[in-house]
Structures are given as structure tokens and as C-alpha cells.
Design a protein around this ligand. Sequence first.
Ligand SMILES: O=P(O)(O)OC[C@H]1O[C@H](OP(=O)(O)OP(=O)(O)O)[C@H](O)[C@@H]1O
Ligand SMILES: [Mg+2]
Length: 187
Amino acid sequence: MANSSPAFPHASKMEVLFSKSRIAERVREIGAQISADYAGTSIVLIGVLKGAAIFLSDLARAIEVDNTFDFVAVSSYGRAKVSSGAVKLIKDIDNSIEGKHVILVEDILDTGLTLSYLRGMMLQHKPASLKIATCLDKPERRLVPIEADYVGFQIPNRFVVGYGMDYAEHYRNVEDIRLFPEEAVGH
Ligand SMILES: O=P(O)(O)OC[C@H]1O[C@H](OP(=O)(O)OP(=O)(O)O)[C@H](O)[C@@H]1O
Ligand SMILES: [Mg+2]
């Protein structure tokens, strides 16, 4: 069984960085902030598959302003230590965002390559405004200059899983955000 291999330690063995309740509290705060910032308007939330799916589903429900959501998917440039930096759109938005207030929603802002590429792509669609919301921000890893407008938590340069974030596609369903043990992975 995959999860009994040393590369896939049981989630309960990993240290909790942010508990389910702390995440829920922070999502409520960000939802309230967005609701205040966009009062009287309508927002399009665009989630980046697959990692952002869980944060987006919670955030959308924490926002009181009218909102719709859509998803994009990008080809991963891989987690190689030396990255080509090449990101490619493999699923575009379904509905036009021209003239709309858009928030790109991510689980984690790491090197910044994914979001800086997506920000450029989304701006081509001429939204009325474009902001970024990310559950986690790992500023030490940044390779390109990009900042999010709404950040759940800043974290140190450690690999994390849970709340949508994976190691080899596993652990996305873990409800807390946990530190993946360094010794289990060569990422
Ligand atoms: O700032 P960056 O260095 O670009 O990294 C962040 C991106 O990497 C992860 O996605 P990944 O491409 O692994 O796919 P996933 O969302 O399906 O897990 C994460 O969900 C972000 O989308
Ligand atoms: Mg992702």
C-alpha cells in the first residue's frame, strides 16, 4: 500500500503547522476583508487546480459579496531544484472575465512562477481589477517578484501538505496544514 511506504508517512505523524480551526478562523477573516473591499460589487474567484480547490471552496463561502467561480489548470514546471520556469495553461477559464473584478485563488505562493504567469494570462482578458489571494506564502523561495493581496499565513521554507496541498498527489484531503518530514522526500 502506497501509504505504508516510508515516503508516505501517515498524516498523523506529521507536525501540525496550522490546525483546521486556525485555518477556518483565518479564512473567515480573509472572507470578511474581501467582503469589505468589494462591498456592492460582484467577484469572480479563479482557482488554480488542483491545490486551490479546497481553499477556494471555503473562501467562496466566507465571502458575503456576490461571487462566481471558475478554475484554470497549468502544467507544472516540476519541483526540480533548477526549474525551467516554463508554465503552460492547460485549462482556461470557461466564462469571460472582461470588465469583472477577479481574484486569483491559490493554495500556496512559492517561487511565484505559477502566479506570475497566470496574472499575465488573466490580464490579457481585461478584467476590471485583478487581485491574488493565497492561503500560504513562502517568501524565501521566490524566483520572480510577485506578492499576494490576501495572505492566509506566511511560512518558512518547509514543504507542507494538507488543505489541498499534496506530496505526489497524496494528503490533499488532510484537514490541517502539516510539515512534511524532510527525510521522507528529496524535493
Ligand atoms: O509559486 P510556485 O513555485 O509556482 O508554486 C506554487 C504552485 O505549485 C503548486 O501547484 P502544482 O503545480 O504542484 O500543482 P497542484 O496544484 O495540482 O498541486 C501549488 O498548488 C501552486 O499552484
Ligand atoms: Mg497548484
